[in-house]
Design a protein around this ligand. Structure first.
Ligand code: NAD
Length: 418
């Protein structure tokens, strides 16, 4: 089964809890638009090369499409279609006035010089700009794209359009219309989700023991704020190693070391110097099955498999990565009573601050980081409470509740304009 049909399967459990018409189902199962383009760019050696580019829009029932652009060898039509579908669900769960979109280029960026990367980014926009726009389809960074690439793309778009329209891309550098707080937003949003869940459960409000798989951008900012709020990060990992320390890690120190030396080391600050502390090396699998209060997969998809799910001991899993729990593992975790906070809710802080960036671009007025974080918190708390309530009322998992609430919002919009 291709990726897009697999993604659609996620709708099935939600349809046991809500009642929608067949005509709506037909609409919501069908992408509104998928465009494939050939992007021709001149390489540094003077030769022309052609790259496959895509942009899919799944649904614009709730507003213009929103979703990233990835530069990766795996990009194809089925991948962008399934990711656009997920964005439609995620934006609806987060209560944003957006539909879902996704795009990409089939390329390994490691093979490109910086000049070739810029020409490819601008070429993507030249091929697709007629389909993009502040009120039409608003891309953002995704795998192997970044704020610099968004700046090139926005600039190219504005040249072609003949006017400044900064809100057409989000995730831009702060000096070029980006929002303060965007780089921390996904981890920060995940923490607000956790805080909201803590109020509804017996989870400790402070001093919870947390294991984080993947101390990158998202896992690192989540770890930083969780530690600052009094929780104990007892285990961390990256693609090369995993570490455990009963007393907890100094996340700021570990991130500072990683930023400078590129690897994970058990360090802490002593008189402003980084010094090594005792920690146990564990395997990646051991990290996922530790006896902790909260497990935070923030690395890659499918890391919690059926086999691992059987040994998971944490009470709560916060899916900061996209799709870290396989469908079979999800079933086992539900039977074990583990609370799994689904990716479409847990990691929606990133797209929420992208929305706030778009709002600021269109208002022409910019907020402080504190103001951005307050807005982010309001939206994350509201989305979490809505999903939690549905799950309690209908006695279903948070994932089913998230998909159900999203589908109901899409259904209501469909019915209103029918
Ligand atoms: P990143 O590249 O900054 O960090 C990923 C980290 O995971 C790295 O430290 C890497 O070494 C580590 N890692 C990779 N494979 C691993 C493995 N098998 N075991 C342990 N660690 C491993 O990426 P990121 O931006 O932090 O994104 C992480 C996840 O969050 C991805 O699934 C991404 O799709 C999702 N996500 C990111 C955002 C965002 O705003 N960046 C938004 C929504 C979802």
């Amino acid at each position: 089964m291709n990726l897009f049909n697999q993604a659609l399967l996620r709708l099935k459990p939600a349809l046991d809890h809500i009642s929608v018409s067949d005509e709506f189902l037909e609409v919501i199962r069908t992408p509104e638009r998928v465009v494939q383009v050939a992007i021709k760019i001149k390489m540094d050696n003077g030769r022309i090369r052609v790259f496959d580019g895509y942009r899919a829009v799944h649904s614009t029932l709730l507003g213009p499409a929103k979703g990233g652009i990835r530069f990766h060898p795996s990009v194809d039509e089925s991948e962008v279609k399934s990711l656009a579908f997920w964005m439609a669900i995620k934006c609806a769960v987060a209560g944003l006035p957006y539909g879902g979109g996704k795009g990409g280029v089939k390329v390994n960026t490691k093979d490109l010089s910086i000049g070739e990367l810029e020409r490819l980014s601008r070429g993507y926009v030249r091929a697709l700009w007629k389909y993009l726009g502040e009120d039409e389809d608003i891309p953002a960074p995704d795998m192997y794209t970044n704020p610099k690439i968004m700046a090139w793309m926005t600039d190219e778009y504005c040249v072609l359009k003949g006017r400044k329209e900064l809100g057409v891309f989000t995730g831009k550098p702060v000096s070029f219309g980006g929002s303060l707080g965007r780089s921390e937003a996904t981890g920060m949003g995940g923490f607000y989700v956790l805080q909201t869940i803590q109020k509804m459960t017996a989870l400790p409000r402070s001093g919870a023991r947390i294991a984080i798989q993947g101390l990158g951008n998202v896992g690192g900012s989540f770890g930083r704020i969780a530690a600052k709020e009094g929780h104990v990060i007892v285990a961390v990992s990256d693609s090369t190693s995993a570490l455990y320390r009963e007393e907890g890690f100094d996340i700021d120190a570990i991130l500072a070391y990683k930023e400078t030396f590129g690897s994970l080391r058990p360090v802490e600050y002593k008189n402003s110097e980084l010094v090594e502390v005792d920690a146990k090396k564990i395997t990646h699998e051991e990290l996922l099955t530790l006896d902790v209060d909260i497990l935070v997969p923030a690395a890659v998809e499918d890391s919690i498999t059926e086999h691992i799910a059987r040994d998971v001991k944490s009470k709560v899993i916060i899916e900061l990565a996209n799709g870290p729990v396989t469908a079979a593992a999800d079933q086992i975790l539900e039977e074990k009573g583990v609370i799994v906070v689904p990716d479409v809710l847990a990691n929606s802080g990133g797209v929420t601050v992208s929305y706030l960036e778009w709002v600021q671009n269109r208002m022409g007025m910019y907020w402080t980081e504190k103001e951005v974080n307050e807005e982010l918190k309001k939206k994350m708390v509201a989305a979490t409470e809505e999903v939690w309530e549905f799950s309690k009322n209908r006695n279903c998992s948070l994932r089913t509740a998230a998909y159900s609430t999203a589908l109901m919002k899409l259904y209501r919009a469909f019915e209103e304009c029918k």
